[in-house]
Design a protein around this ligand. Structure first.
Ligand SMILES: O=C(O)CCC(=O)C(=O)O
Ligand SMILES: [Fe+2]
Length: 340
């Protein structure tokens, strides 16, 4: 049976690393909108906004898991084999002049490009051979996300479709699949500067496949707006590892769904540090699938008796659409990074 973490790859996760105990939901029960699962999932999403889904309970999940592993190989080969000019030509961010990244490098594949604009979307040959894999992976991520969004609609007393209709693969949305590579620190010691700074994701639902520890969340980090960088990393934060679990995908909510529900659903703050113990001697590869609202979605709160009412200030704000909102968000991150 495939395992999202190739149990003990490439070294065991240390037993003494401080881990967070996150709930695990069965994919079957999410797809069936099982009442008890729906209620617990909703409560978790109103608090930490982080959880696991056990993919081994469904053929769809097993396929998704296998695809995640296939992407692990694509990412590993792409980062290791390609020279700087090849990486740069495909917007791979983070590599230095010698073609090697020091802390983090990543590149993304656009869902819109693959599913809606194939004629104009050119993948380089080293990526295009696996195009069917990317398409299937992104479609499966969307099926799982829609099942959760449908649960949220009911729990939030929204009309059917209020969330699901704005997260469809047929609409332009800026969704992507992203490959990340965190090289092993040269001295064999954990990096002092956090390679993946604390942040909340921009989209609605992120799904993460990783095979080594390194991802951390904090139980104390409340959603306070748009997080990115060191100022998001508070002194009082108590960071705990999210241990990769065989057969499971790690899921977190992002800012978009939090804005659409006026903070009722919480974006989970997270960061990525050097993997703990013996895992830290190896490079870390991860793969994420994003689910974002369609570009023309107005980024303002939906209304129901479960969603907190908008404040006077919010009521007077001119809402922007999801496309403009994400452009602003990227600009803020770039400015922030430039001033660090
Ligand atoms: O690499 C990881 O484990 C997480 C990456 C991440 O948080 C992101 O790309 O938003
Ligand atoms: Fe993230």
């Amino acid at each position: 049976m495939p395992s999202a973490t190739y149990d003990h790859y490439p070294a065991p996760f240390p037993e003494d690393a401080p881990v967070v105990d996150l709930p695990k939901f069965s994919l079957t029960k999410i797809l069936q909108a099982d009442e008890e699962t729906a209620e617990t999932l909703f409560q978790v999403c109103c608090n930490e906004g982080f959880f696991y889904i056990d993919l081994t309970t469904e053929p769809l999940g097993l396929k998704f898991l296998e695809e995640g592993q296939g992407l692990h190989h694509v990412g590993k080969e792409s980062f290791e084999d390609n020279a700087l000019d090849v990486k740069k030509a495909y917007h791979c961010a983070g590599a230095d002049e010698d073609g090697k990244a020091k802390t983090l490098e990543f590149f993304s594949i656009s869902r819109d490009g693959l599913l809606l604009d194939r004629d104009n979307y050119a993948l380089p040959p080293w990526l295009s051979k696996d195009e069917e894999l990317y398409k299937s992976f992104l479609k499966n991520a969307n099926i799982v996300a829609l099942a959760m969004l449908s649960i949220f609609e009911k729990k939030l007393h929204l009309d059917p479709g209020a969330l699901t209709n704005i997260h469809q693969t047929k609409d332009w949305s800026g969704c992507f699949l992203r490959f990340l590579h965190y090289p092993a620190p040269k001295e064999g010691k954990p990096l002092e500067k956090v390679p993946g700074p604390a942040h909340t994701d921009a989209g609605s639902i992120t799904m993460l496949f990783n095979w080594q520890g390194g991802l951390q969340i904090t139980k104390t980090g409340e959603f306070e707006g748009h997080y990115y960088g060191e100022d998001a990393d508070k002194k009082t934060d108590n960071w705990l590892f999210v241990k990769p679990e065989p057969g499971h995908v790690i899921v977190n909510l992002g800012e978009a769904i939090s804005i659409l529900t006026n903070g009722k659903l919480k974006a989970g703050k997270h960061r990525v540090v050097t993997p703990p113990g013996p895992q830290g001697r190896f490079p870390r590869f991860s793969v994420i699938a994003t689910n974002r609202p369609a570009n023309d979605t107005l980024m303002k709160s939906l209304k129901s008796d479960v969603i907190p009412p908008e404040t006077e200030k919010q009521l007077h704000e001119e809402p922007i659409d999801a496309l403009q909102w994400s452009i602003n968000k990227v600009a803020a991150i770039v400015n922030r990074a430039a001033s660090d």
